[in-house]
Ligand binder design. Sequence first.
Ligand code: CA
Length: 246
Amino acid sequence: MEPRPAPPSVPRILVVEDEPDIAALIAYQLTREGFRVETASSGDQALTAVNREVPDLVVLDRMLPGLSGDEVLRSLRSEVATQSLPVLVLTAKREQEDRIQGLELGADDYLTKPFSPRELVLRVQSILRRSDQAGSEPGGRLLRAGPLALDVAAHQVSLNGEELNLTPTEFRLLQALLERRGRTQSRRQLLERAWDVESEVSERIQTRTVDMHIRRLRSKLGAIGDWVETVRGFGYRIKVPEREDG
Ligand code: CA
């Protein structure tokens, strides 16, 4: 199954807020300004949504049930795929030290509650403008691991500067592995990320499908094929030897 292509000109915003009224108000205002909006009402939901598809910006409330906003932010900053994802943090007025903490954790901006919806829109627009100008690669992301480089937007992979000829599925599989470098992902997770399906297929077919594509990917990676490690009983991860990681 091919991934759903998103209209490139409409930024996607993930709003993470557990208070339904505030979440609805923010979503309404941003939608009216032409953004595509998705909402999450907990930190866990937010990370799930981001793992499914990385948005262009996250509006993140600090006070959430379960996983706090700070923990969500820390987690986003620790992943290659979301290291530079713009985040606007919402804080309660009484939390005087929030600003400093939020910015230390890597928020791009913060807004104190109560805020006017207009102010929120202006901040969002300003952060997106800044991140556009930051001169990242066109379309966004270049994932690197030693001599291996994967250009997400251009759909190209090169090894020591030579282009590798991967199928779209192999490409997405490698992308999924590189985005969570060093971390083990189950076959099911890889299936969902690389095939873009909420997998209902049986364990046996999942295993066969993923294993087959991993084998092909390893063989195309040649000398560095063994960087794609099998973690017995769990799944796969890509592990780059430290000396290679320039
Ligand atoms: Ca809240």
